[in-house]
Write a protein that binds this ligand. Sequence first.
Ligand SMILES: [Mg+2]
Length: 398
Amino acid sequence: MQVLDRVELYLVKTPLPAPHAPSWIPGTIRTQVSMCIVRFITDDGVEGWSGFPAAGRERAGLGDLLAGLFLGQDASDIETLSERIQIMAAGGNFNWWLEPAFWDIKAKTAGLPLYKYLGGSDDRLPLYASAGELKEPQARRDEAEERLSEGFRTMKIRVHDFDEAVDIEHISDIATYMQGRMKISVDCNQAFRLTQNGDAPLWSLDRAKRFVDAAADVGLAWVEEPLFGEWHEEIARLTAHSRVPVAGGELHVMGYRELARMLKMGCYNIYQPDAMWAGGIAQSLQMARLCREQGLKFTPHCWSNGFGFIANAHVFAASGFAGEALFEYPVAPPGWTPEGRDMIFTQPFLHDNGWFNMPQTPGLGFEIDQANLKKYGRCFFKASRKETHWMPEALSDF
Ligand SMILES: [Mg+2]
């Protein structure tokens, strides 16, 4: 039996090429990709990696949980390992992002890229360009032209104004301008409120209804997260009302069981669980199967960092939905680019004329850039089955 023998945790901050202002966190300017990274190593030397956004040192104590829960466990038993992530969640620590590291080990051990190990055969994923910033109409038009010239045929824009007329003007302008050349969708980012650095609008069901009416009138491809994520009844009523598909479900940390209940209530037409938040790769694929049974669409959210992008790409490639849905490709130059986002890897995850070619190396399909890990990261926890090393001083000035 192959067992988890060692674990290491890193805090990593790689610089972005230019500042990035994510629309969903008003008042925030990002200048770096900040991540907590985990490396599990089995007794036969196979490594599993994953990484999750870090505000700072909030996961500094995670090692205490990881060593006790995971070391010595059968590395191939994802069910038991997931149960242990659930044990952490019961204690208030949602860490589904660890689970892809176990799949990384499993697929590497089998010598296959993960999506193939999971039974997938979609080697090329059709993409949509996922814009990340609010823009004035002319700048939005320029951005759409740029994405179109790069090969994208669908672009998702963002709205986040207090004045609903402004939001409706944004979607109307770009949809009309790009009509017949590019499909437009919109992310309202209403499912969760990130107001730590600035206030954000909170839509009512009535406002959301008026918005989806306007979106249908200008032919948008879908409307994403137009209501707060826990208002399941209201979301279901909105979707029943809407003439345009309503999408959502990316950050539901309760995972499959919550999303399956939402599906039964009729919440969304398109489900977008992100494996890093919403139950890991296994539960995301469970959700994909349920969407298939119910005649709904499935395409994971992936906007976090390169680990999130590729873990969810494997989910999508294994889900069988690549022939009928598009996978998210986060791109908001000059700040948020794959090259800037993926400095922790030896190769960034680039698109090819609006498509993504799945990596063919075993596992999740990346190699850590050890020089950049050393330059931009600090290892703050190391444990083996024999001993534990706390390095709190590693983070004292980081
Ligand atoms: Mg979204």
